[in-house]
Structures are given as structure tokens and as C-alpha cells.
Design a protein around this ligand. Sequence first.
Ligand SMILES: Nc1ncnc2c1ncn2[C@@H]1O[C@H](COP(=O)(O)OP(=O)(O)OP(=O)(O)O)[C@@H](O)[C@H]1O
Length: 226
Amino acid sequence: MIGNSVIKLNGVDIYQQKHLVLNNVDLQISPGEFVFLIGQTGSGKSSLLKVIYGELHIANGEGQVAGFDLRKLSDKEIPFLRRKLGIVFQDFQLLTDRTIEENLEFVLKATGWKDKKLISTRILDVLEKVGLRSKIKKMPHELSGGEQQRVVIARALLNDPELILADEPTGNLDPDTSEDIVTLLKQISQSGTAVLMASHDYHIIRTFPSRIIKCEGGIIHQDVTI
Ligand SMILES: Nc1ncnc2c1ncn2[C@@H]1O[C@H](COP(=O)(O)OP(=O)(O)OP(=O)(O)O)[C@@H](O)[C@H]1O
């Protein structure tokens, strides 16, 4: 954490190839904050998220995320930054050929966990948090879309992240299930993990009054209302 921020960007320019997508971005997000990221298609939301998880480099300015300096981030360090982040996208991206338990075990082993007992306890802990302990032995296709998204959130929580980045996490879900997912993300933020959630869903955004930032016209607008 940087001072009291999980994300701190100052004067950052974000390019896709030679195209300046967002100009002079200032953004500060504190532990436990829940923030919606809105903006029209092509306005730069995904590009901003990519900067935060180290997929896009910053051209100018200063950027720190979960204690990592984005200007100095080497390719070797990116996996370590990602361990401090939980990433939740619209497509669930669960491995379809293995159970929920095996999906979670796969991520833990890939991030250096070795002790079998600790692995199984951690898996039960995160499934408990998302209310899916009873589904541990199921295959992804045996779960509903909302349940699969909960598993993805459980997966994002495995390494106890400082920040969850969610890019349209309710994009494939019906309205009630979407509300359940955002309720869960809100609860997670209340326990100290910051959440930055990109969304186009104004119904959801109105249902969960929160700080809103907006990409528009090549800049970020802070604390907007809709
Ligand atoms: N890999 C890429 N190469 C070149 N340009 C890109 C690339 N990815 C995105 N862009 C461009 O960058 C701009 C911002 O795109 P970005 O995906 O960040 O928008 P977005 O707000 O996330 O849109 P959406 O809501 O559709 O996901 C767009 O003009 C887009 O065409």
C-alpha cells in the first residue's frame, strides 16, 4: 500500500499503440473503497484497468498499485503485482475440464502454494465467502452463470488481494443475479479489499450508490453522478 492508497496515479498518459486513450490521469483509491468505472464503449475503461494490472505501460506520470511502481515494473515483477490483485472479467474463464476445487487448486499451485492442508483450507475459506462450499466437487457446467461468477470471485480472493478489478462482471447475468454479484463485491470491499468495477449497467450503478469515475473525451472525470 502507498500511504493510504491501493492505487495512486498522477499525471499518467495511457496509449494504445500510438493513440492517446486517456490523458493526464489522476486516480487514488483507498483500501476498502468500492468504485464504479463508467464510460462509453471505447472511452478507455479497459485500457485503464490494463495499466493497473501491468498489461499496458504508462508513458508519462507516476503510478503505484499495491506497492508496485508502474514506471519501474519489469516483466518479471508482473506476476507478483497480479498476486496482489484479484481479476474478475465478464467471461468466467474457469477451466471446464476440472472441478471447482481443482480450478482453485490450480491457481494456488501456480502461485507457489505447496502445503496440501493449507491449500484445502484456503479453498474452503474462499468458497465459504462466496456461499458455495457445497459446490466444491461440481464441474463448472453444473453451476449457473451466477454461481460460476461467484467461483471466479472466490478465485480472485485466493491470494488475499488488496484490490479486485472487475471488468463488466455482471455482463452475462440476469438482473437479480447481477445484484447478488455486486452485493458480494460490496461485502468484500467492506472487509478491506478495494474494488474497482467497470460497468455499463446504470440500473446496477443506481442500486448500489458508490463513488463513480468516468472515462470521457480522453480524460477521467472524478466523482461523477448519474
Ligand atoms: N490492442 C489495441 N490496439 C490498438 N488500439 C486499441 C487496443 N485496445 C483498445 N484500443 C483502442 O483504445 C481505445 C479505448 O479502448 P478500451 O478497450 O480501453 O475502451 P473501453 O472503454 O474499455 O470500451 P468497452 O466498453 O467497449 O470495453 C479505443 O479507441 C480502442 O479502439
